[in-house]
Write a protein of this length. Structure first.
Ligand SMILES: C[S@@+](CC[C@H](N)C(=O)[O-])C[C@H]1O[C@@H](n2cnc3c(N)ncnc32)[C@H](O)[C@@H]1O
Length: 253
């Protein structure tokens, strides 16, 4: 099974109980409730009525539902996810919330999004970068954002300790065994593979500026235990300064 099918199978199985499970896991690892996570991300992100918003890896749509509740006037609201079953729950929950703002959902990979360049002014991504090739994801975010557009990303960051040879491999094994015991072998593989994709605050800063983002602000919050990666909340702006590397990537799409 390739990595994307592994992710889809993992989240298909998890979809009916996703919000309960994520609430328990965030509480265990970071000492947060799921609602604290969403409130922190949205509390640190300015939203304007003219914003055209995309939530990448939207899952069951908790982030767009909260955006529309707090900002009923936003110009448009989209969610994208690779797992159809997660989107089905997102659609049902959103319809049940009775919000007037339409939510447009798309099933696709965030590493190759079916949107034209300059489609959005604000792109979110919560708890999902660790399941993706982060450089492809960031290049895609840059492509679909218009000039002046912003990203708001929140996920686990890596610890400098993980640079010590052998530590990342050990963390992979710990993740595998933990999720095998608590969940199932598909989730265990998905989370073990995800260990390679987490980055430190400094690595995020380098990557974002290489792709062409400016005004990068990364807040490192505190997890409950020293050995658990701290949550990072990342905010950056596309000022549209010409960058040959990213232009080449965009032309190739
Ligand atoms: C932990 S959930 C996060 C859901 C939501 N953002 C939240 O904050 O609750 C991770 C989500 O990422 C999605 N995902 C993983 N890889 C993806 C990819 N390449 N493209 C789009 N979605 C992806 C999964 O299907 C899953 O719904």
């Amino acid at each position: 099974m390739d990595d994307q099918n592994l992710i889809i199978e993992t989240f298909e199985e998890l979809s009916p109980r996703y919000q309960k499970v994520v609430d328990a896991e965030l509480n265990l690892f970071w000492g947060w409730r799921y609602s604290d996570f969403v409130n922190t991300l949205l509390g640190l992100t300015p939203i304007h009525p003219e914003d055209r918003i995309l939530d990448i890896a939207t899952g069951t749509g908790v982030i767009p539902t909260n955006i529309a509740t707090r900002n009923p006037q936003v110009s448009s609201l989209h969610g994208l996810d690779i797992t159809h079953a997660m989107l089905k729950h997102a659609q049902t929950d959103y319809n049940d919330s009775g919000l007037a703002q339409p939510l447009r959902l798309t099933c696709a990979s965030a590493m190759s999004m079916p949107y034209a360049r300059d489609s959005f002014s604000l792109v979110f991504c919560g708890l999902a970068t660790h399941h993706m090739e982060v450089d492809l994801l960031i290049s895609e975010m840059y492509r679909v954002l218009d000039k002046g557009g912003r990203i708001a990303v929140a996920d686990a960051g890596s610890s400098p300790l993980w640079k010590i040879p052998g530590v990342k491999l050990m963390m992979r094994m710990v993740a595998y065994l933990y999720f095998l015991f608590k969940e199932n072998s598909t989730r265990a593989w998905a989370e073990a593979l995800a260990v390679s994709n987490v980055r430190t605050k400094e690595e995020w800063e380098v990557l974002l500026s290489e792709v062409g983002f400016n005004q990068i602000k990364i807040r490192q919050l505190k997890s409950k235990y020293r050995w658990v990666p701290d949550p990072l909340v990342i905010y950056a702006t596309k000022l549209g300064v010409k960058n040959d590397k990213i232009e080449q990537f965009i032309k190739g799409r």
